[in-house]
Design a protein around this ligand. Structure first.
Ligand code: PRT
Ligand code: ZN
Length: 285
C-alpha cells in the first residue's frame, strides 16, 4: 500500500509540535535516531524531515504530499500549494520595526527608506498595497542587526515575544501579517492519497477541537437548573444527573475554555457549586 508523505521541519520551532500533533492523532513512530525519513508503524504515512523553507517546493512537486510550515513561509514561497488546516501553534507575527529612538508617526515613514527582511514577497506586496515606495534589502538571517550596522532604516521580521527587537534597540511599529503553523497540501493528490489525508485530517480536527473545549461539571440546586442551563453556551443540551443530596443535580456540558472565564461568576451567582473543568483528549464531531 502506498503511503502519504508528510514533510516536517527537521529541527526548529515547528519540529516538536508537528511530531506531537501526529502522535496525538495516534500515529506511532520509531524513536529519534536523527533519521531523515521515517515511517509510522500503525498508519500509512512516511515522514520526511526537511528545512522548513524547502517544504513548499517539495509539496508543490509532490515529493511530499503534505507538510507543516509557518503560514509566513507558505505565503513567501508563492508556490501552488493549498492550506488545508490552520494548526493553532507557533503563532507569531511579521512586523515592521525601527530603531527605538526613531520619531515614527506612521507608515509614510518608510517612504524612500531601506527595509531589511527575509520576506521580500510578503513585504513587497504590503508596501505596494499601502503605496509606500521603499527599498527592500533581502537578507537571510540576523535581520535585527541591520539598522545598527547601517544597512537599513528598519526591518520586517518575525516577532513573537518581542525580546529580540528590544535587545537590539528596535521597536515594533506595524504588524504586517499574523502567522501560525499550517498544514499544506499538493493540489493534485490522487484519490488514494486523498483518502489517507482525509482520515488524518479527521483525527487532526478531533484533536484540535478537543484543545479548544473543556468538559465542565457542576452541581446545581434543582430550582436553579433552568437558569444555569441558560448561562452555559450550549453546543448541545447538557447532561443532568440527580445527586444523592436531595434537591440537587449534577450538570455536565462542553464549553469553550475562554467562554468559561467569562461566565464563571454568573454560574456561581446562580448557585452553581463544585465546578470542575477538565481537559478533553479527543472530540469527535
Ligand atoms: O532551519 P530551518 O530553515 O528549518 O528553520 P528556520 O530557522 O527558518 O525557522 P525557525 O525554526 O526559527 O521557525 C520556524 C517557524 O516558526 C517560522 O517560519 C514561524 O512561522 C514560526 N515562529 C514562531 C518563529 C518565531 N515564532 C520566532 N520567534 N520563527 C522565528 N522566530 C524568530 C524571529 O525570526 C526572530 O529572530 O525569533 C526571533 C524573535 O523572537 P522573539 O520571541 O524575541 O520576538
Ligand atoms: Zn527556514
Amino acid at each position: 500500500m502506498s503511503k502519504l508523505k508528510i514533510a516536517l521541519q527537521k529541527s526548529g520551532r515547528l519540529s516538536e509540535k508537528s511530531v506531537a500533533l501526529l502522535e496525538e492523532c495516534g500515529l506511532k513512530f520509531p524513536n529519534g535516531g536523527g533519521k531523515l525519513i521515517t515511517e509510522s508503524s500503525n498508519f500509512p504515512v512516511e515522514i520526511l524531515f526537511l528545512r522548513d523553507d524547502d517544504i513548499p517546493q517539495y509539496v508543490e512537486q509532490n515529493v511530499a504530499h503534505i507538510g507543516i510550515i509557518g503560514e509566513n513561509v507558505f505565503l513567501e514561497s508563492q508556490k501552488s500549494i493549498s492550506i488545508i488546516e490552520k494548526l493553532n501553534f507557533s503563532g507569531c507575527r511579521l512586523s515592521l520595526a525601527v530603531p527605538k529612538e526613531t520619531d515614527y508617526e506612521g507608515l509614510n515613514f518608510f517612504n524612500n527608506k531601506k527595509i531589511a527582511t527575509s520576506y521580500p514577497n510578503i513585504l513587497g506586496k504590503y508596501l505596494r498595497e499601502n503605496n509606500i515606495s521603499a527599498t527592500v534589502e533581502v537578507i537571510s538571517g540576523s535581520v535585527e542587526i541591520a539598522p545598527g550596522i547601517g544597512l537599513a532604516d528598519g526591518i520586517c521580521d518575525i516577532v513573537s515575544s518581542g525580546s529580540t527587537l528590544l535587545s537590539n534597540g528596535l521597536k515594533e511599529v506595524v504588524t504586517v501579517f499574523k502567522s501560525q503553523a499550517v498544514l499544506v497540501a499538493n493540489q493534485n493528490l490522487d484519490s488514494e492519497m486523498q483518502q489517507i489525508l482525509n482520515k488524518l485530517l479527521f483525527r487532526i480536527r478531533s484533536v484540535q477541537k478537543a484543545k479548544e473545549n473543556k468538559y465542565i461539571l457542576l452541581n446545581s440546586p434543582n430550582d436553579q437548573l433552568e437558569k444555569i442551563i441558560q448561562i452555559l453556551p450550549g453546543m448541545n443540551s447538557p447532561t443532568i444527573l440527580p445527586l444523592a443530596k436531595e434537591g440537587w443535580s449534577s450538570l455536565h456540558s462542553v464549553i469553550g475554555e475562554e467562554k468559561f472565564w467569562d461566565i464563571i461568576d454568573e454560574l456561581k451567582e446562580a448557585g452553581a457549586e463544585g465546578i470542575l473543568v477538565v481537559p478533553i483528549e479527543k472530540m469527535i464531531l
